[in-house]
Design a protein around this ligand. Structure first.
Ligand SMILES: Cc1cc2nc3c(=O)[nH]c(=O)nc-3n(C[C@H](O)[C@H](O)[C@H](O)COP(=O)(O)O)c2cc1C
Length: 197
């Protein structure tokens, strides 16, 4: 069994770059990375990092299908979207994707960052602006589009590396806590049995 498997879907490459950064940040050699659209296969792993690009507020069907098979697994989600930093929006996206995970899986958190969008999106905004439709809103969308052109950037990569570190640290703390509890339970059990002998 692998320690980690990174599986992702990326239409224009943003999510792929984040996936590669995650893969590089994972310790050891017991790990695998694959693109779900290039016949990437799910392998047995301790923790799965599942990546998606945001399409109309959720993920692609390939990702939904994979998520729903992860019974009893430990899962981390990551993705990129056109929308700039907006905690509320990110949470909404993460919840909508997380909903495809089976109830018995252990969800370890999500990472989302901005990713550049295709140029035809900006052209559409420009047309809307020329037609005088919702000018302030469209100007804001154009500003967001231009900001997205710079992402993912070095800052996003640094953040995702920190995110991976904190996920793994939380896992280590969790395992240590469990071992401590098991040890205490066993000690109590032995003490109780010794008294009754
Ligand atoms: C058809 C389409 C739908 C999109 N829908 C959303 C969306 O609902 N919310 C959002 O923030 N970004 C949306 N985006 C922007 C992408 O999620 C963003 O550019 C992402 O970084 C693309 O990732 P990729 O390069 O891995 O394919 C959309 C882009 C396209 C082309």
């Amino acid at each position: 069994m692998l320690d980690y498997q990174v599986l992702y879907v990326s239409k224009t490459g943003n999510t792929k770059r984040i996936a590669k950064e995650i893969f590089a940040a994972l310790p050891g050699t017991s790990k695998d990375i694959c693109d779900l659209q290039e016949q990437g296969r799910i392998q047995s792993a301790e923790i799965y990092f599942i990546g998606f690009w945001v399409n109309c507020g959720t993920c692609e069907k390939e990702v939904m299908d994979i998520l729903s098979t992860l019974h009893g697994k430990k899962v981390v989600l990551f993705g990129t979207c056109g929308m700039g930093r907006n905690r509320e929006y990110d949470q909404k996206i993460a919840h909508s994707v997380e909903a495809f995970l089976p109830e018995d899986c252990e969800y370890l958190g999500y990472f989302l960052c901005q990713g550049k969008m295709p140029m035809d999106v900006r052209r559409r905004y420009e047309e809307m602006l020329a037609e005088g439709r919702e000018k302030d809103k469209v100007k804001q969308l154009i500003r967001n589009f231009d900001e997205a052109l710079l992402h993912p950037d070095e800052g996003d990569f640094a953040e995702v590396r920190e995110f991976v570190k904190s996920v793994l640290q939380n896992r280590t703390d969790h395992v240590k806590e469990k071992i401590k509890k098991d040890h205490e339970n066993m000690k109590n059990h032995i003490d109780k049995n010794m008294v009754s002998m």
